[in-house]
Write a protein that binds this ligand. Structure first.
Ligand code: CO
Length: 219
């Protein structure tokens, strides 16, 4: 990043503030005390997939967690903390796992090139290939295989959300909480709902179901 680009950042911030106030003088005043976002967004860290911008939402609408390849990993205390806060304090109504085509994390996961410490993260993505290897190995075209792999990874992460006791306890309490899987096309800006919508734990493989969370662990 050159110095000139850096120097313009704070000016751009001032311009944005002016624009917002011009169209709504109370815009920042209203946001000061509380946030009440209806959506938790779990997306990729990729600079081209910015949650608010691609669905045209203002600050205050989306609680965001991003990491490489939009993963929901059950030992990730950062993800679990965001999820717990979003579900139990903010009471979000929708959780969207949004992946994207041309994802560097997915490409790295499909390749056999080591890339360093990040391989430890990418291994979780490789597991998703193994779960679906028959379907994926049958796709000859590499781009098509990567695209399908990316979609299957999003599905896996939606299910990973449903496996957590945080989501299952919310469902047990009859809290409104819908999980969705979306994919973003960097080349045209459009999002597709992949149809992996979960509203209760009936869709979970039985072994993952946790019964009586309130009674047994007081959650
Ligand atoms: Co990505």
């Amino acid at each position: 990043m050159d110095a000139n680009f850096y120097d313009t950042l704070l000016d751009k911030n001032k311009e944005w503030v002016k624009e917002k106030i011009d169209s709504n003088p109370d815009f920042f005043e209203k946001l000061r005390e509380v946030q009440n976002p209806p959506i938790l967004w779990i997306g990729c860290s990729d600079s081209r997939v910015s949650a608010n911008q691609i669905i045209g939402e203002d600050p205050g609408e989306i609680f965001v967690h991003r990491n490489i390849a939009n993963m929901v990993i059950h030992t990730d205390i950062n993800m679990l903390s965001v999820l717990d806060y979003a579900v139990n304090v903010l009471k979000v109504r929708h959780i969207i796992v949004c992946g994207h085509y041309n994802c560097g994390g997915m490409k790295a996961a499909m390749s056999n090139e080591p890339v360093g410490i990040i391989d430890n993260w990418i291994r979780h993505i490789k597991d998703v290939y193994r779960f679906n290897n028959v379907e994926l190995d049958a796709i000859e075209d590499e781009t098509e295989r990567l695209n399908t792999y990316t979609e299957l990874n999003i599905r896996e992460q939606v299910y990973n959300l449903a496996k957590t006791y945080i989501v299952q306890a919310a469902w047990e309490k009859k809290q409104f909480l819908h999980l969705h899987g979306w994919i973003y096309n960097i080349g045209n800006g459009l999002i597709k709902d992949l149809g992996y919508n979960l509203e209760d734990n009936n869709d979970l493989t039985s072994v993952y179901k946790l019964n009586g969370l309130r009674k047994n662990i007081g959650y």
